[in-house]
Design a protein around this ligand. Structure first.
Ligand SMILES: [Zn+2]
Length: 244
């Protein structure tokens, strides 16, 4: 009985927690992969630095993580998919510039993602730290492929910034691989979402894409521990009920 109880706890503790964004769930996808991205910036020094970080973030997913060809980096433009700094983050995105580090906007056109834009908050001090910029870009690139926030506290797709850069986790790799394969499947079969032509004009799908401010040390762990504890108590209660 006790053994069954313990196995029950193990089975009900989620091993992975990646999720798709609502628009990806609703059937939108990239017509062709890999998805091209370019950096747009009037300041050449800042542009070069951002380009190097974007390449590192892509490499993190593709070479160290999934072994997939997800994005293409275009040095000289030539695509509508852009990554850029914003010095007027609040006005441009309507997001809180004090807590949001970046947003990813996915636009849809017909059944497809028409374009995507990653806007990094230049008004937030944390985006000017190399480590946090790399984490932020890696996280936002995940959003471009239809990955939403993960409930795994140490995932790159977790909603809160990690205090030190740890790169993509197994949870992220599983999520990205699933999103990539789902995208390819839809592309090959020419899948058309029932919602594809609902609106006449291009829809601005700002469905998430935020990286929260750094949480107080330990708070992520605390919330996870609490989640497990609640699951344990629930299991315990149902076990006691079953004894009657
Ligand atoms: Zn996010």
């Amino acid at each position: 009985m006790l053994l069954r109880f313990l196995i029950g706890i193990l089975l009900t503790t989620p091993a992975f927690a990646w999720r798709y964004t609502v628009d990806f769930q609703n059937g939108f996808y990239w017509q062709t992969l890999p998805v091209p991205f370019t950096v747009v910036d009037d300041n050449p020094t800042r542009k070069t630095k951002m380009e190097n970080f974007v390449k590192m973030a892509m490499k993190e997913w593709e070479e160290l993580g999934t072994d997939l060809d997800i994005w293409t980096f275009l040095q000289g433009g030539g695509t509508a998919n852009i990554i850029r700094w914003s010095d007027n983050f609040q006005q441009e995105t309507n997001m809180d510039p004090g807590s949001v580090l970046a947003v990813t906007i996915r636009y849809t056109g017909g059944p497809y993602f028409a374009k995507s834009e990653i806007i990094v908050n230049g008004n937030h001090p944390l985006t000017h730290y190399d480590t946090h910029l790399l984490t932020t870009l890696t996280h936002e690139l995940g959003h471009t492929m239809g990955l939403d926030h993960s409930e795994k506290f140490d995932a790159i797709m977790a909603p809160s910034l990690q205090t030190s850069y740890k790169g993509v986790t197994r949870d992220d790799i599983n999520g990205m691989t699933a999103a990539y394969e789902e995208n390819q499947e839809r592309s090959l079969t020419g899948f058309v979402s029932p919602l594809a032509y609902e609106t006449e004009t291009e829809k601005n799908a700002l469905s998430c894409g935020t990286v929260g401010a750094v949480a107080a040390p330990g708070s992520n762990f605390l919330s996870l521990a609490l989640g497990i504890l609640i699951g344990f108590v629930r299991k315990l209660i149902s076990w006691f009920k079953s004894l009657k």
